[in-house]
Design a protein around this ligand. Sequence first.
Ligand code: NAD
Ligand code: MG
Length: 382
Amino acid sequence: MKSINLLGSTGSIGVQTLDVARTHGYKIEALTAHSSVEVLEKQIREFKPRYAALVDEAAAADLKARVADLPVKVLSGLEGVSFCAAEGEGNITLNSVVGMAGLKPTVDAINAGKTIALANKETLVAGGKLVTDAAKKNSVDILPVDSEHSAIFQCLLGKPRNSALKRIILTASGGPFFGKTKEELKTVTLADALKHPSWSMGQKITIDSATMFNKGLELIEAVWLFDVDPDMIDIVVHRESIVHSLIEYDDNSVIAQLGHPDMRLPIQFAITYPDRFESPEKQLDLWEVGNLSFYKPDYETFPCMDICRNAIKKGGLYPAAVNCANEEANLLFRQGKISFCDIPVLIERAAEFTSNNDNYSLQDVYDTDALMREKVRQLAGF
Ligand code: NAD
Ligand code: MG
């Protein structure tokens, strides 16, 4: 029976993962979150994990008192999350932490031989070489949870003998600002940016979808997951979010995976693989969907896609740099301190301070993170 160490259990992906576990009766061995005591307590009472961790020390102390009647061991800090990532009993670690904080737990889980179900894309973007090298060394599978990468993974399962992949086509919803001009973007607000047309997600990724930085992150994620050249990846805007991504073979045959936008399907497939089980996803009714539309992305109005493509082409610490600069700029925007159009400008200017290093360590990634956050704040005037 599969059992899961779930990191980031109180977030959008975390809660949907627990839905999947509830449906199929998967055992949850460990649950972690940043500081949401009440939600985590409820989850512990329902799923009865052996371990739980909160990053925030005071919140962890509160949780410990609240669940003193249960056998669960409550840990704290990032070490607590790392312990839960690598914990002995779970055979899958599903990482749905948001941001760079997920990197060390992913590496720890890989080194402990856990199969990784990965939602935390920032992990692969910032530490791609470290993560994939560790996975190879430990013969560990990294199974994508991100819907586009799950789609590509599913399309590739039928890869014929002697066939070569020619292109990956990532679909993008286009976010709430699809069709807007540069001029119009100057006055958009946080509330506007949080209105995603097709997916309900955590705030950070929702803003990344509005800037299209999310698609840039996904391009880099695809480079690492599928070992392809960045120029083999195209992006197509597809407003209905029904086609989750496509692959093209050398004979120009194109294979796609379709379904309603419901993250429980890719989450479930990352857990059940190589099996498929019934899922709560609504059956696709193409008559009801009617039309599917596809557009070229507006790279000039949404420069974040090219910022990411250029970063992975440069290699080394550049992907980490743009990811970390974006994390800080995204946060400053959510705090109302900068405008929407400042985000790509700050990322590009901060990333100029990166010193390249193809043979980087985990510490180099953390140093880049600290430097980028400082530079973004400085450049923004804080
Ligand atoms: P979210 O903000 O809803 O949840 C994040 C979770 O991580 C929470 O449980 C939170 O407590 C925990 N967390 C936050 N900061 C932390 C820290 N410093 N250390 C440890 N834990 C911390 O985010 P989400 O929308 O669920 O997204 C999670 C990840 O999945 C992101 O990397 C996102 O890009 C990716 N993703 C999300 C979706 C989606 O539909 N939400 C789709 C594809 C990929
Ligand atoms: Mg996605």
